[in-house]
Design a protein around this ligand. Sequence first.
Ligand SMILES: Cc1cc2nc3c(=O)[nH]c(=O)nc-3n(C[C@H](O)[C@H](O)[C@H](O)COP(=O)(O)OP(=O)(O)OC[C@H]3O[C@@H](n4cnc5c(N)ncnc54)[C@H](O)[C@@H]3O)c2cc1C
Length: 472
Amino acid sequence: MTSTSLAGALTPAHLRFLEDLFPGEGLVTAPVEMAVYGADSSRRSAMPWAVVRPRSEEQIVELLKWAEAERVPLVPRARGTGMSGGAVPAFGGIVVSCLWLDQVLNVDADDFAADVEPGVVTAEFQARVQKQKLFYPPDPASLKISTLGGNVATCAGGMRAVKYGVTRDYVLGVRAVLPGGRIVNAGGRTHKNVVGLDLTRLFVGSCGTLGLFTRLTLKLLPLPEGSATVLGAFGSLQEALAGARGVFRAGILPTAMEFLDAKACWAIGQIRDVPWPTGANGEAATQAVLVLKVDGSKAALAAELARLEAALEPANPLCLFKGLGAQEEEPLWEMRRLVSPACFHLGPDKLGEDVAVPRGKTAEAVEGFQAIGREQGIHVVCYGHLGDGNTHVNIIFDAADPDQAARAKACKEAVFRLTLALGGTLSGEHGTGITKGPYVSWQLGETERALMAGIKNVFDPSGILNPGKGWG
Ligand SMILES: Cc1cc2nc3c(=O)[nH]c(=O)nc-3n(C[C@H](O)[C@H](O)[C@H](O)COP(=O)(O)OP(=O)(O)OC[C@H]3O[C@@H](n4cnc5c(N)ncnc54)[C@H](O)[C@@H]3O)c2cc1C
């Protein structure tokens, strides 16, 4: 046994152990092949010491026994779509790819529950349960390319969170392997369970720092029969926000409530024909767009659309477009999906923040974020999950210009300060990982951080699991 590896790389003895445990393609050591396992969608990267690809829980148990004894850091990884560098081995270590653990083990229409391995792609799971008229609501925009394990480790959210909540609300149980090889079975298959502390919730959002998931038990719902969408364009941000308030005050709980600010609307117009007024030919230019979805029985949907329309009318929309059923809704939602790539029409680089504020503070937050951009002379594009108070604040700049880069950083920090002053959180979806690590202490007090460090120490006393991704 050695205690040197946390500071260094692998020894020949380590490599022999890994070759035995992960024969053939299960072990990757060639730098050209490993490089892709060292990056994620945060655009951060670091070369892994090695990459292993377990096919079974037994291999993971042996790996974690050995890693604990040898003090070798491990970084769990799935599809690498994370936006905060959670899967990047920035502090060294072996990357453990969970993509070969990709089986749906069972789907039970009576229990409304399913057991899955962590490497199952989210959209494939949704399609699988849909065949049994079941519904798994969490819908991160990355659902076709991210995994259930990654979603649970980051507590991914999506557009349907307004009505259905986030990943956390659908995890009934987690089976995980801890450093030293101990197996934990947290939670279970029941929809209610109050025996003991809620270890399941501790694992959700833990970013691979507490244990390596090998099985997840997920809650399912009956599949809604259909859905309908309304897209409304407004002549001011205030009118759009008033429209959103009107919807809630009318007693409607939409499945999704998304918004685009004026810069987002303009940028989308640069890459696609848009349905809303653009200010050409003397018409009023669109300053904000709302996109709302409702779901339910086919018989009720037409009436729900009419209620939505009536709730939005007092806010003076410039126009409203309606879609009943997937085919009619798709072109309306395409507008929302285009915003992220469209932002690059405003500049070559962006800082993408995912702050959230209490719902009632959304108007103040968005107006404040836009004012920060004006003060710094930087494009700030706001869009996203209005119904949750979770705004994607995109700060667009040119990283090659040091002055712009400094102003972009000043913008980001001002956005964080305003968010916290409004009682919000620095991350509603993407987690802190390495990109927001330096700012965690702006939000969490010493007492809270000490408790989290203590919990981490109970699960992982040697600090070998995803080092540097904590909350210190
Ligand atoms: C285009 C795009 C759109 C996105 N949209 C959204 C969105 O709408 N909402 C949202 O919340 N996020 C979104 N994201 C971010 C990202 O998709 C999510 O964070 C997702 O949950 C990551 O899943 P993954 O499979 O790629 O995991 P990875 O990025 O590989 O890993 C994420 C974290 O999970 C840990 N992990 C992975 N597997 C395991 C395991 N078996 N056991 C323990 N820990 C593990 C890793 O260590 C890491 O900390 C988006 C990303 C992109 C690129």
